[in-house]
Design a protein around this ligand. Sequence first.
Ligand code: SF4
Ligand code: SF4
Length: 471
Amino acid sequence: MKQTIPIQPASDDDTMVSLYAAAKKIYPRSVEGVFAYWRWLAVFFTQIIFYGLPWLEWGARQAVLFDLEARRFYILGLVLYPQDFIYLTGLLVIAALSLFLFTAVAGRLWCGYACPQTVYSEIFLWIERKIEGDRSARMRLDDSKISISKLSKKTFKHVAWILISLWTGFTFVGYFTPIHELINSAVGFQFGSWQLFWVLFYAFATYGNAGFMREQVCKYMCPYARFQSAMFDHDTLIVTYDSERGEPRGPRSKKTDLATSNLGACVDCSLCVQVCPTGIDIRNGLQYECIGCGACADVCDMVMNKLGYAKGLVRYTTQNAMINKWTSKQTLIRVARPRVLIYASILLAIVIALGTSLAMRIPFKVDVIRDRAALARITENGSIENIYRLQIMNASEVEKTYQLSVKGMNGLELVTDKEVKVAAAQAHWIVSRIEIPYGSSEPGSHKITFDIKDASGKDVVHEKSVFIVPR
Ligand code: SF4
Ligand code: SF4
């Protein structure tokens, strides 16, 4: 029997429910400890490289320069052309595999210690603390009415943030335009429009992401946070709260004897929440917002120390270690599991392949293009002639002389220059005319090969083409 489901008309007192919730500002408390030390080490290491590399000289040029206009990429002793794109692909594959490997071993190591979002948030937060004070002082300042002191602190902070952001944007562009030229342009306010755009764009992104967005980038914008769980397993090291040891949580006096009281080790001080840059409570278990920075582990160790309890209530451990109560040694042995070994072997194989390929790379390239505008023709001396355009790219730092020859047909002869000089790191176009005696070959298309030899005779490039014999 057919049933009719009556549709109820909306009642007048139905209210609109907004699903929007404004983000609550997080005031992370400063923390000291072993993981904070490693995080700051990563900040110094990454930033010394980022800010310092464009100033490093290699001979007469910038050591690392991606000259998009000239289509040359200089990386220390290497001169790469767009044709060397395979190396960039290899580097990206290595970066992705390294990320998989580190994530499988120790969770979000990249997020917690080396990601630019973490690094710049850490730097901006340090400036904020120096000017406005630690967590409670900053909260009080934000709640206070407008005053000269508040205004000057905020202005000072934003000026410092903007200066760092501009320097970061400037440095970023310095990887694509020689940084000494760039600084001269900056001094004379003579930036090109694209240079100015990218300096300001990158500065704006740094200022916005590290000054305001902070943990929201990790929570809502970063795709890595979404798929990282696919690389986790029960033997991945993650920051974990030992609930068996910590519960029941609760405040107590320093004299309370843990053995006789009905309390766990957690004193419910909430310091682990206060130091968390994403504002979560690690005691609620593994959450996707956790970037694995270890700040909660550091602060909890401090609390445990003060109370005379054993450290490690919040610590890096694995789910299996927690369930099976493994020692640190037993836990670390599980690091070398099949998934990790597979990632590590593939990574090693690609690193070796890329390194070997770079070491054996011939330091020049040749492109041969048959000149389609000038068809095959019969010359005044009765030979058949085809014309080609050759681009010879010198990928070394010295001027080179190259010897050209051609083979593949009876009587084939290169009648134009057989030697070409190409300046260091330059590409040179030449027109080559090739002839065969009339009647020496059948009409049609014939395969031929250009041999281009470095004058030292060590490196040779073979480029295939065709020779057309008209009917
Ligand atoms: S810092 Fe440690 S003791 Fe304090 S609330 Fe967090 S887990 Fe408990
Ligand atoms: S829960 Fe701990 S490890 Fe995770 S983000 Fe917060 S402070 Fe860092």
